[in-house]
Design a protein around this ligand. Structure first.
Ligand SMILES: Nc1ncnc2c1ncn2[C@@H]1O[C@H](COP(=O)(O)OP(=O)(O)OP(=O)(O)O)[C@@H](O)[C@H]1O
Ligand code: SF4
Ligand SMILES: [Mg+2]
Length: 375
C-alpha cells in the first residue's frame, strides 16, 4: 500500500464518529456515516446548477445533496439527462455559460489541508487550479476528447505531474512510466512516446486513469468510464479501478447508469432523477431493499438483479423535459405506486430517512418496499 493509502486508512480508522446525525436540509440525504469532516471527504448540500436557455431556465441540478465517505466508492446513478455529469463538472468547477452554480455548498475535506467550499470559490481562484487535477481528478467517458491528439501520452502525464508536484522533468518521466505500468500497460518505456491515436480504446482509457491518479488525488470522478469500450475490456478497466482505489485509498465518485457495475464497485449509492437525488444509501440496502419506485424500476430492468426473474421490466414512459417538470412528485407519471391527489400535488417530496442511513424522496416509501431476491 502506498504511503498515501496508509495515511488515509489511519485517518479513517482514527476518525471520531459523531454520535449525532449531521445537520442536513430536507433535500439533503444523510451519508451512510455521520457527516463529519474526518469521515467524509466531500459533503454536497442543496447544490443548484441552472442553465439559461432559449426555452427558459433549465434546472439541471436542483437541490442535490450527498456525502462521499473517505476512501469509499460512491455511485451516482440515473437515466440519461438526469444531471449526473453536470453534478460532477460542478465539483471541478467546469460548468460554463449558459450554466451557473446558483446555490448550495460543496465542502471538500482534504486530509492534509484546510477544508474549502468549492461552490463558493471564484472561477479563477488559485485554489480551484490546485484542487482540479491535483486533489480531485476526473476520467471521462471518451478518452479521445480528453487526451490531446498532438502530444505523446508521456508528455501529457508528465505535464499533469509537473503542474501539481515539485519534481524535475526526469523524475516526472519516471513517475509516468511507473503509473503506466500500474495501470497494466506493458512496455511503458516505449509506450510513453506514443500518441493516443496509436493505442486501442482500452489502452487509452488506461492512460486516462494513469493521468488521473498520478498525482494521488483524494477524489477520482469517473464519468461513465467504460461505456465506449467492449464488454470484456469494461470488466478489466473496472477491476483495475477497484484495485487501484484500494491500493491508493482514493475516494471515487462513479457515474454510471449500469447497476451491475454499481453492485460490483460501489460502497454507497445515490440515485438521481430529474436533477434531484431520490434515494441514497449504502449499496447493500439499496440493492436489497430499494425504497423509491424509481430505484425499484431501475433494478427490475437489470438482468441478474431483476426482482422478477422471469420477466425484465422497463420503467414506463420516458424522462420528461427539465422545462416541463410535473407537479408534486416528478416521477408520478411513470410510477406504478402513484396515488392521485397525493403524489401529483404540492412540492416534490423531500428526501427523508426511511431507515438509519437510508433516505428516499417518496411519499409512500414507508408502505412500499422493493425486495430483490438475491444480492
Ligand atoms: N451546456 C448546456 N446547455 C444547456 N443544457 C445543458 C448543458 N449541459 C447539460 N445540459 C442539460 O442538463 C441536463 C443534465 O445533463 P447531464 O449531462 O448532467 O445528464 P447525465 O445524467 O450526465 O446524462 P447522460 O447519462 O446521458 O450522460 C440535461 O437536460 C442536459 O440537456
Ligand atoms: S411519491 Fe408517489 S408517485 Fe412519487 S415515487 Fe412515491 S409513490 Fe411514486
Ligand atoms: Mg453524463
Amino acid at each position: 500500500m502506498s504511503e498515501t493509502g496508509k495515511n488515509m486508512d489511519e485517518v479513517r480508522d482514527l476518525a471520531p464518529r459523531s454520535p449525532l446525525p449531521a445537520p442536513s436540509s430536507p433535500s439533503t440525504p444523510r451519508s451512510p456515516l455521520p457527516a463529519t469532516s474526518s469521515s467524509n471527504v466531500l459533503e454536497i448540500q442543496d447544490l443548484k446548477v441552472y442553465f439559461n436557455t432559449i426555452e427558459g431556465e433549465l434546472r439541471a441540478v436542483d437541490g442535490v445533496g450527498f456525502s462521499m465517505r473517505r476512501g469509499k466508492v460512491m455511485a451516482l446513478v440515473g437515466e440519461s439527462g438526469c444531471g449526473k455529469s453536470v453534478t460532477s463538472y460542478s465539483i471541478l468547477r467546469l460548468i460554463q455559460s449558459p450554466g451557473k452554480i446558483v446555490g448550495g455548498s460543496m465542502m471538500f475535506y482534504p486530509h492534509d489541508e484546510k477544508p474549502s467550499d468549492i461552490a463558493k470559490l471564484s472561477d479563477n481562484d488559485e485554489l480551484i487550479y490546485h484542487i482540479r487535477g491535483g486533489k480531485i481528478s476526473m476520467i471521462f467517458q471518451e478518452p479521445m476528447t480528453a487526451l490531446s491528439p498532438v502530444h505523446t501520452v508521456g508528455n501529457q502525464i508528465c505535464e499533469a505531474i509537473l503542474i501539481h508536484q515539485k519534481v524535475t522533468k526526469k523524475e516526472a518521466e519516471i513517475k509516468a512510466i511507473e503509473m503506466l505500468r500500474k495501470v497494466g500497460i506493458s512496455g511503458p518505456e516505449k509506450r510513453i512516446s506514443q500518441y493516443p491515436f496509436e493505442m486501442s480504446g482500452g489502452m487509452r482509457q488506461r492512460v486516462m486513469i494513469a493521468m488521473a491518479l498520478v498525482c494521488n488525488p483524494e477524489i477520482l470522478i469517473a464519468d461513465e468510464p467504460t461505456t465506449a469500450l467492449d464488454v470484456t475490456i469494461q470488466a478489466q478497466i473496472m477491476l483495475l479501478m477497484k484495485n487501484l482505489q484500494k491500493e491508493l485509498g482514493t475516494s471515487i465518485l462513479l457515474i454510471t447508469h449500469d447497476l451491475g457495475v454499481v453492485a460490483q464497485m460501489a460502497d454507497d449509492v445515490a440515485v438521481m432523477y430529474l436533477g434531484k437525488i431520490v434515494e441514497c444509501s449504502d449499496v447493500r440496502s439499496i440493492l436489497k431493499s430499494p425504497r423509491h419506485p424509481y430505484t425499484m424500476g431501475l433494478l427490475a430492468s437489470l438482468p441478474g438483479l431483476a426482482m422478477d426473474k422471469q420477466r425484465l421490466h422497463s420503467i414506463k414512459g420516458s424522462v420528461p423535459s427539465l422545462t416541463a417538470i410535473p407537479p408534486g412528485c416528478p416521477f408520478h407519471p411513470r410510477c406504478e405506486y402513484f396515488k392521485p391527489g397525493l403524489c401529483d400535488v404540492g412540492n416534490p417530496p423531500p428526501l427523508e430517512e426511511i431507515e438509519p442511513g437510508h433516505t428516499a424522496a417518496c411519499l409512500r416509501a414507508r408502505e412500499i418496499r422493493g425486495e430483490v431476491g438475491k444480492f
